[in-house]
Design a protein around this ligand. Sequence first.
Ligand code: BES
Ligand code: MN
Ligand code: MN
Length: 477
Amino acid sequence: MGPRARLWPVSADAEALASVISTRERPLVEGLKRWVEIPSVSTDPDRSDDVQRSAEFLRAYALACGMTTAEVWLTAGHPTVFAERIEDPALPTVLVYGHHDVQPVDPIEEWELAPFQALERDGLLLGRGTADDKGHILMHLEAVRGILEVRGRLPVNLKLIAEGEEEDGSEHFAATVQAHRDRLACDVAVISDTGMLAEEVPCLTVALRGMAYWEVRVRTSETDLHSGVYGGIVLNPITVLSEMLAGLHDQDGRVTVPGFYDRVLELSTEERQELAQVPFDELSFLKAVGATPSGEAGYTLMERRSTRPTLDICGVWGGYQGTGAKTVIPARAAAKLSSRLVPNQEAAEITSLVGDHLRRAAPPGVEVEFELIHDGRWVLTPTSHPAVDAAANAIAQVWGKPPVYIREGGSIPPVATIADELSVPCVLFGVGLPGDHIHAPNERVVLRQLFRGMQVLGRLWDLYAELGRAGLSSRPV
Ligand code: BES
Ligand code: MN
Ligand code: MN
């Protein structure tokens, strides 16, 4: 998949714009270092003050870059930051989405450097949140500052919404968007929280998988039992749970839950052929992380990771974990599970299918609890939409070649919320790379990606102005 041939104009001051935007590269790096020092880990209740501080940092940063309004919106969870600069209501309005919360840092001993002391090395900035997603947000704000320095105004109205609990399931995002629907009104949303396949393979993401995340708990007795006194005559919850989990996939790597694939939209032959054209080296993708291929037979790795649904065990525990031995048969065992969902699967339906299946798989007498932690819908961007085509063109101008359209295996549940609640096309423009180690030890961002990203934005807002509100609201052909 790729952009269509269409000639877009280049602004008369393009060179001046590019050179002033490039003067924002150093400030971007310095700003990002300071922001990374605020450990805004949304899943850790002990860090909620830090998430709040992160929001305040961003609010001040947005004002310093020329946004005229910047507010911290309190939610029932972590705060969201909203900023805007309205030039003229007749111009198109772009809503930029990012998130200012970050993932936990465990296992901390595997970090080469302190995760919250960003360090610049060999064109990289290392630290938690550099790529996911603080770097992307500052890429936007510093680009704004550059454009304003050259022209004194933006070619579009710009709004920014930066969520504080994306990494924790975006529980309050829909309510936040509903409560502020008028403030968030826009013609197009640009989501900057994805990546590309390689530095010299510019990409535009056109699909995200959805997800559902669960915890399953089994209980086989009222209390822990001496394994000598009771061993051999009672059910063991870890054995029971292990069998339930091991039965979730068959020999071909397919999920065994009845009905799991019923609503999956199979790709057409043409779509599969297009996906096969994407320059993606399956073996080096896995080799880079030292992992072993697995998954659903009959599909390429690229298809498996972006177009097929999954069911993964993300954590499992039970019994004695301390040093030495403890001869006990525990009363309970539990696991965390998640599914990546694809069009047209529905999280609620998959939740009941998986829950029912696990309950049926447990032997009589075992208490099974199955709880949904969070879920989110998949996203499919219409590639024929002019907003997508303009983004492809802006990328092509900066990278010197047109981007490849890719489907991302990861999920960003708030994107579906934005698309549904605000009825706008969502363009997924992010500059992360497979080697960024997001969510893992030694997260980093390739600074050149952020710098090129700023240049893309300098051009993209011009192209959106060129399309105008009418052009942006036109239905895809
Ligand atoms: N930025 C990621 C999504 C992503 C991952 C995009 C990989 C591109 C490549 C996002 O912050 C994320 O981690 N999403 C979570 C969602 C979950 C916490 C509900 C995910 O995909 O696990
Ligand atoms: Mn992210
Ligand atoms: Mn993330």
